[in-house]
Design a protein around this ligand. Structure first.
Ligand code: G3P
Ligand code: MG
Length: 238
């Protein structure tokens, strides 16, 4: 099973920051997941919540602030004093520190209400970064559609956060051609994984933070997990 460091090594450093990505690399992560959204002036920044309130010293929607304003925020103090002053990075700043052979799972965070050019911005940045191992995932399947239309070769991960009665029907009728299905771990079943594999899709599941849970999800035959602990012990094979 592959392991993606979820928001970097987010158990050890403030999520989605350069220290969290450096820590993940230090712990030997071969895959890193991060969340991207756009600032008001269209800069892709790495941040999970749509609102700044919980994890910075500011408030309101990320998309309402410019890059200049976002870049001045403290995204580390909420985690611990040690990280006071840690900034929200741009996607490009993360690309500078993550080796090209570490697989980046770039999750697009986009509110459907706002028609933002986030798929294009992310695709443009990634296309300019030759030889990079990466995939793009999202709960916003419209964004994935846009990615697919922009570049048919990008590996796409379809994120879901509820039980789906017939995921194969859904995916086939959506027109998406996924590399993987990325379901929340509590909705996994052996049948789900077998159905996906029959279609040639991998299954990557989130968020798995304990050896016990890793053992349980491994039983379903999945291909990978997202974990806040890049050093989590992964069951060999089941
Ligand atoms: O991509 C896996 C996981 O990151 C999806 O959920 O809310 O942590 O972005 P979330
Ligand atoms: Mg994510």
């Amino acid at each position: 099973m592959e392991l993606f460091a979820h928001r970097g090594a987010s158990a050890y450093a403030p999520e989605n920051t350069l220290p969290a990505f450096r820590k993940a690399l230090e712990l030997g992560a071969r895959g890193i997941e991060l969340d991207v959204q756009l600032t008001s002036d269209g800069v892709p920044v790495v941040f999970h919540d749509f609102f700044l309130d919980k994890k910075t010293n500011s408030s309101g929607l990320v998309r309402k602030l410019s890059w200049k304003e976002i870049s001045a925020l403290d995204a580390g103090s909420w985690f611990s004093n040690e990280y006071k002053g840690t900034r929200i990075p741009t996607l490009e700043e993360v690309l500078e520190i993550v080796p090209r052979d570490v697989c980046l799972n770039i999750e697009i965070k986009a509110l459907s209400l706002f028609k933002e050019p986030i798929a294009r911005k992310v695709c443009d940045i990634m296309a300019a970064d030759a030889e990079r191992d990466y995939m793009i995932s999202s709960f916003n399947h419209q964004s994935l559609k846009e990615v697919q239309e922009l570049d048919n070769n990008v590996r796409i991960g379809i994120l879901t956060s509820s039980h789906m009665l017939n995921v194969v029907d859904y995916v086939e009728s959506s027109g998406l051609k996924p590399y993987s299905l990325n379901p929340e771990a509590s909705y996994l079943t052996n049948e789900y994984v077998a159905d996906a594999h029959r279609k040639g899709w991998k299954v990557l599941s989130y968020v798995v933070n304990s050896p016990e849970m890793a053992e349980i999800v491994a039983q379903t035959g999945i291909d990978g997990i997202f974990s806040d602990y890049p050093d989590l012990e992964i069951p060999a094979s089941v």
